[in-house]
Write a protein that binds this ligand. Sequence first.
Ligand code: HDD
Length: 680
Amino acid sequence: MSNKKQPSNRKQEQLEQYRVDDRGQAMTTNQGLKVSEDEFSLKAGARGPTLMEDFQFREKMTHFDHERIPERIVHARGFAAHGDFQLYESLEAYTKAKFLTDTSVVTPVFVRFSTVAGSRGSAETVRDARGFATKFYTEEGNYDLVGNNIPVFFIQDAMKFPDLVHAVKPEPHNEMPQAASAHDTFWDFVANNQETAHMVMWKMSGRAVPRSLRMMEGFGVHTFRLVNAEGKSHFVKFHWKPVLGVHSLVWDEAQKISGKDPDFHRRDLYESIENGDYPEYELGLQLLEEEDEFKFDFDILDPTKIWPEEEVPVKLVGKLTLNRNVDNVFAEAEQVAFHPGHVVPGIDFTNDPLLQGRLFSYTDTQLIRLGGPNFHELPINRPVCPFHNNQRDGYGRHTINRGPVSYHKNAIAGNTPSPVSEEEGGYAHYQEKIDAHKVRARSDSFKDHFSQAAMFWNSMSKPEQEHIVSAFSFELGKLERESIQKAVVDMFANVNYDMASRVAEAVGVQAPEKKPEPSTASSPALSQENTIFTARTRKVGVLVSEGFDGPQVQDILDKLEKAGVQAEIVAERLGQIQGTNGVSLKVKHTTLTSDSVLFDALFAAGGDANANFSKQAAYFLTEAFEHAKPIAAHGQGEGWLEDSMKGAPGVLVQDSAQAEFGEAFVELISKHRFWNREEA
Ligand code: HDD
């Protein structure tokens, strides 16, 4: 980590006491004993056996042998950062949660992003949902918003979660494939559990291959409750809206990045924070009066349904800024323990059966993962407010509780620690009236699986629909069993007949029977065509060789920098590269150490390239062109473009009349991709 001054807040002040810098220190054992030698074990003679007495060797080896803890059963591959949350306006009409009512409060946060299916070391640009888990360290205790970048879930009842996860994880007989849903058991699960239809549509879309963790939405998924000081409750859905807009990779690119840079997403997040391009997301709320619980044609307790934003607008209420990287991934990102049940007064649950099950699972998983009931004492998990109760002991206890009392009620300690009233901040559950039979059942109101899946399809632009058809064709194309391909195609004919027929044709199974369209509704907010477009923080690869046009290229690079674009020089070899008029550039990559898939756009800046570099540059440009990326060419750089690329949408070739070349390139970069080129 760099030595620059890091942003601070109350959580950072607390963490500071645990941070240790070993640089410049004498080496000791864990008991504080200074060691005089750390390369050789204690032996009976330089060529003799190692002695049992060697406590230093035993300590070092034992600690090493115990370094690993079980990875998370889901969301194992994750990365995290610190930041702050601040409110725009008081939400006291809806909630009494202090961090949502006082606009002067800056709440420290810790956010962990993750993929779901892959192991801890798996590639990051796989087709998957992304976890977006936020811990707010509020003055009233920790509040965790444990969400995903997809607003719906595969299943409606937590009872099925182990089945879903078993189906999507690598198949147990051969542990293949890693971090991928393109295999028989996942799609067998889908076809036999048709409530999955809506989330599968999202998973086949660009949402499942985000360009950056900074360019994806987050969702609390479930309907939660906000409760105000008068005890009035509103239903709420939580959203995170990225300030840079929602953008995706294309599938071919995502797969190649998995090999070229399996750490692509964490690198992007880490570098952005180090560069001071702090990732930002606005918190959005969809609020619903309790009286309106039954006004929709879906059940608001069903986690496979969204509330279309056009019907229930998203109110933007505050901003999350990630401004500090972790110092140690294990201590922070790995040991952080999230739980949807970590709430504060003013936030409560609903009877969504998926949420209800999650309220059990998360503590249980931390017990095995973090080795006991004291994980709340780990630095990253400690609230910034004090905590007092009669819980005691267990593995790894840090707190030294004083005095004889560890029970309630008592007289010895004046009956303390004591519960406090709601007025004094005591958490009181919302008193929802329940009058029902105990049953193991799915509510009839949860039985429509296809209408919103169809609405998602209807809301997509043409290129987005093409990407979905090709994602289905890829995934089903990887299956071994034709019966499953057929069952899936038949199932999705219920969502959209044309879509399913095209997939059937692509994978060579019989076309499905024509089914009625379940819904003609659409929700424009779902299309990424309607998102925010900006060139800020985009990465441009600048292909250049010796003797490039110094003043012109420098001018274009200056324009890019001014627009917040990151330009990185790619040349034949590392070091400095000389252009005309004494302009010299520092080379960051060669064509060997980078690849077109690692950039948002390419700038062919020219120079007297040798045959090898010209060939490599042409290859970069062709691939970027195929991935619909913005391209600009100047001077000899034009010669590296295939003729068919010139004049295509999103390709800018400098002619002498164009004074505003740099500005025009920035404009292209802000467009993200030129899908019309793909269609052509
Ligand atoms: Fe979960 C981790 C999000 C359903 C059980 N989940 C986990 C993480 C996220 C989510 C973001 C990673 C947290 C981190 O970074 O440490 N999970 C969701 C969402 C769901 C969901 C948005 C549906 C709306 N999850 C879900 C169900 C269950 C679980 C139905 C079980 C009943 N989830 C877990 C878990 C994990 C977990 C096994 C693994 C590691 C952990 O909890 O701490 O308990």
